[in-house]
Design a protein around this ligand. Structure first.
Ligand code: SF4
Length: 201
């Protein structure tokens, strides 16, 4: 089995450490565009509770995060991880500023962007493709479950086919997809987690 650490060692020459960032976003599942309540497991910080303070700029957040991980990591490869809320839910011009700021430093070897599959419009995809030509881009999608009944229960706010479509588009521009899932959500059995064709390009 290849782990993410194995992958990073092969790709970046050493283990890479994620630095969690807060780009000051909100989420359509919280601001009323899709819903106002959010996913039932989401925290007040938009599931980005390890991210740095949103009041500081991205360069500052990265430096603070590096200082925090120094006691446990002596390497020089970091992943800028936009973690809190929905990190493509703002106009592409603003995303451009934030993402280009994040990849500026030489020791940032990759940028990882957590978002919803219903927040990947054409302009955002074009921007991700542009950045991916400079440094690797990962997009982290909060699928949680492929069962639409469970998805309604957890108030995910989009159908699974939206995830499938987003994965195809991201694969088409060469961006790696990381999928977040939660196993054994209420009412789910092993079969719910296995009996689904994978989203393939
Ligand atoms: S999509 Fe993410 S940020 Fe939005 S409510 Fe769900 S977990 Fe929270």
């Amino acid at each position: 089995m290849v782990t993410v650490s194995d992958y990073c060692r092969e790709r970046f020459g050493e283990k890479a450490y994620r630095l969690s960032l807060d780009g000051g976003f909100t989420c359509p599942n919280r601001d009323g565009t899709v819903d106002t309540h959010g996913c039932i497991f989401c925290s007040a910080g938009g599931s980005g509770d390890f991210a740095a303070q949103r009041r500081t700029d991205i360069a500052e957040q990265l430096e603070e995060a590096k200082k925090r991980v120094r006691p446990k990591y002596s390497g020089h490869s970091f992943i800028a991880y936009f973690q809190a809320f929905t990190n493509t839910y703002t106009p592409a011009d603003r995303l451009r500023e934030l993402f280009f700021e994040a990849i500026k430093a030489e020791d940032i070897v990759c940028i990882s962007i957590a978002t919803r599959p219903d927040c990947l419009g054409d302009e955002v995809l074009a921007l991700l493709a542009e950045i991916n030509a400079i440094k690797p881009v990962w997009v982290e999608l909060g699928l949680q479950t492929a069962n639409d009944t469970t998805a309604e229960y957890i108030r995910r706010g989009y159908r699974t086919e939206v995830y499938d479509s987003a994965v195809k588009k991201l694969n088409a521009i060469g961006v790696h997809v990381v999928t977040h899932i939660i196993l054994y959500l209420p009412g789910e059995a092993r079969a719910d987690m296995l009996l689904r064709p994978c989203a393939m390009p």
